[in-house]
Design a binder for this molecule. Structure first.
Ligand code: AMP
Ligand code: MG
Length: 349
């Protein structure tokens, strides 16, 4: 079985082609980079409309796959920016009608966890999903992916982007802050905003800008912001692990490309005797392969949607969509490779 998947929730238009053994046969992506400031949804959508046809062709060519070999067409239905989502959905509907194939809706956040889960070989890991618009700690329970903790204001990537742009840089801020942070020497005090298993970032943004006005260097700010924000994410992930008696963590989202975040989560997990996995960077950022893969799982479980009912949902929540393909694991003990995993399976959903 071969699936084609389309991702267009925010800045990245991407098309992936995968097969049943999670092989990425083709992946073609193009990121919208605003000339100044943050992402304007309409302009990003225009970018996606222009780039998606070429990306479909490139991904299919790289995969060496003909349309009649594609079993279904998947698209990211939400969450995301409305105009951007509609651009991808329109292309997916067109291909599904043209090729006479089922259309499969996919939740973008669930796609991040499914690709990480498949590549890790772990059956039931927890996901720290850290991206531009989303920051969540996610775990599966009773038919759905459940959000155990999340940002109560902006996503961590959004926070880094806003800060970097305010400091005179350009989008995306995360990688630039990572480079700048290597030159930082002084750890400045910033608001450490953990509320149970939730976090907030807007207070840190205000405080960092105030420190900048008071003369703090970009390098020290970048360093301090990384240490503080990633400590917060590591702490809520650890708390979620402890509460759910879990030991396995996978990372997803663009911010999961960050070496410091990877290192911090890895040492926390390893100190607990657990297993840590982060996908390669091109599959951490938004990409069509994760949508194709999750579409494949859903399609195999009988999920499809009629074109007439396939409206996008910019506010679709991770826990709003059933994970039908995981149902078979409900009520059955997972393959237990560690005590922690067995205990986790017995914890209430
Ligand atoms: P996504 O929405 O998952 O594609 O992720 C995009 C976000 O990831 C943007 O906010 C970027 O600034 C951020 N990002 C990408 N690479 C890095 C990095 N190396 N360190 C921190 N943030 C990053
Ligand atoms: Mg994402």
């Amino acid at each position: 079985m071969i699936l084609l998947g389309i991702e267009s929730t925010a800045h990245t238009a991407s098309v992936g082609v995968v097969d049943e053994s999670t092989r990425v046969l083709g992946l073609s992506s193009d990121m919208y980079r605003p000339p100044t400031g943050g992402i304007h949804p309409r302009e990003a959508a225009n970018h996606h409309v222009e780039s998606l046809p070429g990306l479909v062709r490139a991904a299919m060519e790289e995969a060496g796959v003909r349309p009649n070999e594609v079993s279904a067409v998947a698209f990211a239905q939400g969450p995301g920016l409305g105009p951007c989502l509609r651009a991808g959905a329109t292309v997916a509907r067109t291909l599904a009608l043209l090729w006479g194939r089922p259309l499969v809706p996919v939740n973008h956040c669930v796609a991040h966890i499914e690709i990480a889960r498949a590549l890790s070989g772990l059956e039931d890991p927890m996901l720290l999903y850290a991206s531009g618009g989303n920051t969540q700690v996610i775990v599966y329970g009773a038919g759905r992916y459940r959000v155990l903790g999340e940002t109560l204001d902006i996503g961590v990537g959004n926070f880094l982007d806003k800060l970097w742009i305010a400091l005179g840089g350009s989008f995306p801020g995360g990688p630039a802050i990572e480079a700048e942070a290597l030159r930082g020497t002084q750890l400045l005090t910033l608001p450490y905003a953990v509320h149970g298993m939730d976090v907030t970032f807007s207070g840190m943004l205000t405080a960092a800008l105030a420190l900048h006005r008071a003369g703090a260097s970009r390098a020290d700010l970048a360093y301090s912001v990384e240490v503080t924000a990633y400590s917060m994410l590591t702490e809520i992930t650890e708390r979620a692990l402890a509460h759910r008696h879990r030991a396995e963590v996978v990372l997803g989202g663009g911010v999961a490309c960050n070496e410091r975040l990877r290192g911090m989560v890895r040492s926390m997990v390893e100190a607990r005797g657990g297993v840590y996995f982060a996908p390669p960077r091109k599959l951490c950022v938004d990409n069509g392969a994760m949508v194709a893969w999750t579409g494949l799982l859903a399609h195999r479980a009988g999920v499809s949607i009629e074109v007439e009912r396939s409206a996008v949902n910019p506010r679709q929540r991770t826990d709003q969509v059933p994970a039908d393909w995981r149902q078979s694991s409900d009520g059955h003990p997972h393959r237990a490779t560690s005590d922690a995993r067995t205990r986790g399976d017995r914890a209430p959903p």
